[in-house]
Design a protein around this ligand. Sequence first.
Ligand SMILES: Nc1ncnc2c1ncn2[C@@H]1O[C@H](COP(=O)(O)OP(=O)(O)O)[C@@H](O)[C@H]1O
Ligand SMILES: [Mg+2]
Length: 350
Amino acid sequence: MEFYNREKELRDLLNIIRQEPNMITFIYGPINSGKTVLMYHLVENILPRQEERYATFYINLRQYYVTDQDSFIRVLFNLSEEDIFTKVREFISKGISFVLNYHGIPIKESLLEKLLKRREINDAFEFLKNFFMKLKRNNIKPIIIFDELQVIKDIKINEPLIYRIFNFFISLTKELKLCHVFAITSDSTFIERIYNEAMLQDRARYYFVDDFDGETVERILRSKGFSDEEVDMVWEYFGGKPIHIIEVIQAKDMRRDIREYCEDILEERKNWISEVILQKEDDKEFFEKVISLLKKFLHEDTFKYEKITPELLFLVDKNILFVDPRKKLVKPQSKLNLLAIRNFLKEFNV
Ligand SMILES: Nc1ncnc2c1ncn2[C@@H]1O[C@H](COP(=O)(O)OP(=O)(O)O)[C@@H](O)[C@H]1O
Ligand SMILES: [Mg+2]
């Protein structure tokens, strides 16, 4: 896969990583804006080229079906019989350069079973803390990355699991300065909840990863042989949504007519949005509220909200709209969604 742009984001993230850990870093933005790809690129291509030695642990909470404490503990770890410190010592003594990028924290099967049997998540956290301390003593800076953190937002074991996890993150960063913690999510109502969470005040920073800007889109498309007219058309239909840009490049490779392609995709999206909205038609009062909210987009691309109403929550949960809690702004998840919303309203004349 070709990786485009993101110089600024990579610079900003490197600057965070070069500092001592002080805060949890939440990375948020609309769906398919390129958050996961950006973090992968950072881990695989940028960090290994730095002078400092880092060890990264990428935990994708979507990888398993995480529903309770046990499955959360399982997703944190990755079975491995190899001892990472033996490996590190060996590489150092032989003067071999190495990179430590892991998916999950490597752990021996017997130890994981023990942790699971205790049924106490603090034991797992204690293990992680000691593991990170040992890395630090070996002059290796640990970084832990949680992708799709919203998966655990509703899990409760006496108290919500997320609070215990946040407490752990705070101790790793602000208190012990042990490890950088990144948490990625596209779920903007979850980010809104976190943003207003008292326990995270001054303990978290928020980093927004948006779609590409116009200049970047133009540069990418030109390098792929798009004409002026096609570049304008792609921007008109898709804005800078990375996934749409990648897809339209593939369409061009397959010699599709770009206008026809854009119109097809918009038609499909409009049908999908109609389907989602019209399902609510029976609940007249709610339906009216959904429609009047959508109507704000007839003449605007974005508007300010005061609070998350049930109809806004519904549209965000369906990935039609996106909210940015720092600016208190609502906007469609993509340019395509904006156009599809407008076409839906016109077609149904609601
Ligand atoms: N910087 C980039 N360069 C090339 N393709 C990208 C880039 N960012 C995103 N993409 C494309 O967009 C898709 C969605 O990106 P992803 O990182 O999964 O989004 P998110 O995690 O924000 O939902 C990727 O699978 C990839 O095809
Ligand atoms: Mg992602």
